[in-house]
Design a binder for this molecule. Structure first.
Ligand code: GSH
Length: 207
């Protein structure tokens, strides 16, 4: 079987999700660290975003589709739970993450970590409006972890591999640290996910 290739820089949270999914499956892969909006990435992903995937003749983009493909093509523990309720929870919290957390959390991260590093002035209004949006999503995700180890139950799943990379960056900002401080379930969960080999091996080199 051809080696699967993930196209996209390792700093990308969605690239990290795909890499964690591959490692959890025990599937070999290569990383092709293409930059968003580069000509090569635009050829693989019409919007120029990362990641994209190549596996033999199969070319694909969109993280959910890539992770679904990985889960079914490779042996290894399922990253979408087999139990119907656990699978529905995995999808519920993945969807909450994509719809309600990713954008405001990443806007805080971009304005606090990336814009100043590039010599720019952070958009304070964007940070201010992103804080309550992030807080609402974090409250829901923290509640999902009441009495259980991972978002889908006792076993880690795609939902965990989606949320971790963004929380990793969010925690590095002052606003993110404040937002996460009272979220004890998320803190316990992050310690558990961070201890997995798939997380340790994909920590982005940043700062
Ligand atoms: N819907 C896409 C979203 C991918 C995405 O937003 N990637 C970010 C990096 S984590 C990116 O490439 N941002 C820069 C850009 O789109 O130009 C997916 O699920 O793969």
């Amino acid at each position: 079987m051809a080696t699967l290739i993930i196209h996209g820089i390792p700093l990308s949270t969605y690239v990290r999700t795909c890499r964690m999914a591959l490692m959890e499956k025990g599937a070999p892969y290569e990383l092709d660290p293409l930059v968003p909006q580069s000509a090569e990435q635009l050829e693989k992903q019409p919007w120029g975003s990362v990641p994209a995937m190549t596996h033999g003749d199969v070319r694909m983009y969109e993280t959910l589709a890539i992770c679904g493909y990985i889960d079914r093509v490779f042996d290894g523990p399922p990253i979408h739970p087999e139990d119907p309720l656990a699978n529905a929870r995995c999808l519920q919290w993945t969807s909450v993450f994509i719809q309600y957390l990713y954008r405001p959390a990443i806007d805080i991260v971009l304005q606090r970590l990336i814009v100043p590093a590039q010599g720019g002035e952070p958009d304070e209004a964007l940070v201010e409006s992103s804080v309550p949006k992030s807080d609402k999503a974090l409250a829901a995700l923290d509640g999902a972890l009441d009495g259980q180890a991972y978002f889908a139950g006792a076993e880690a799943s795609l939902a965990d591999y989606m949320v971790l990379p963004v929380l990793h960056y969010l925690k590095m900002t002052a606003e993110g640290a404040d937002l996460l401080a009272p979220r004890a379930n998320l803190a316990r969960w992050q310690a558990a996910i961070d201890a997995r080999e798939s997380a340790a091996a994909t920590v982005p080199e940043f700062g």
